[in-house]
Design a binder for this molecule. Sequence first.
Ligand code: ATP
Length: 239
Amino acid sequence: MMADFALEVKNLCAGYEGVPVLHGISFEVKEGEIVAIVGANGAGKTTTLRTIAGLLRPTDGFVKFYGEDVTGLPAHIMVRKGLTYVPEGRRVFGKLSVKENLELGAFKEESKEVVEQRLEWVYSLFPILKERLTQKAETMSGGEQQMLAIARGLMSAPKVILLDELSLGLQPSLVEKVLQTVVEIRRHGVTVLMVEQRVLEALEIADRGYVIQSGKVVLSGMSKDLLDSDEIKRAYLGM
Ligand code: ATP
C-alpha cells in the first residue's frame, strides 16, 4: 500500500538535557511537496529538523517516513532510507575542493559509476559548481557555499531533503537565487521540508507552511492563504 505521506510527524517532543523545546509538533509532507516551517528565532525549527533527521532523540511522539515508523533512528540510517538533512550555516569543508565536498555526500555509495551519475545530476542543478570543481570550498562566496551544501546533501540521492535556514547570512540578492534552487530540486523529484526565518520568501516558494512558536504549531495552511492572513502579515511581515 502506498503511504499517504512522505513524512508524517505527530506530537513530536524533544529538547536538550531535559529542557523541553518541542511541545508536541505535528505536520505532514506529501511526496513532491515543498513544505516550509517558519517562525522566529528560537521557535524550535532547527530542533524539529534535527529530531526528524535522527540527530536528536525525541522524548515523545513519532516520525513516519513513507509509512514506516522511524522515530529515533540514527542519522546514518535515515540517510540510507532516503532522508538527508542539510544543516544551517553552510557547513562545507573549507579546505577541501568542491568535488571532494560533493563526493563526501555520497560516501555511503560504493559504485563509482553511481557517484559519477550523481555528480552529473548535481552539476545540472548547480552549473556553477562544475566550473569550480577544484576550487577550495572556503574561497567561494556565501551563496556558492550554500549551493554546495545543498548539492552535497543531494549526493546521497534523498527522497526527502531537510533544508535548514538556507538564507541565513546571505546577502539579500542571493537569498532569492538560493531559494529558487529549491524549486529546481523539487522539479527533479525530491520532496522538500525547509525551515526559514524569512517567512515571506519561504512561503513564496512553498506549497504549504506551518508556523511554529515556542515549540508548537500555531498556524498552518496553503502558502498563499498564509501570506494573505492577517496574523502572518502582522506578526512576520511587519504590515
Ligand atoms: P534559530 O533560527 O535560532 O536556529 P530555531 O527556531 O531553529 O531558531 P532552535 O535552534 O530549534 O530554534 O532552538 C530552540 C531552542 O532550543 C532555543 O531556546 C535554543 O536556545 C535551544 N537550543 C538549541 N540548541 C541547543 C543545544 N544544543 N543545547 C541547548 N539548547 C539548545
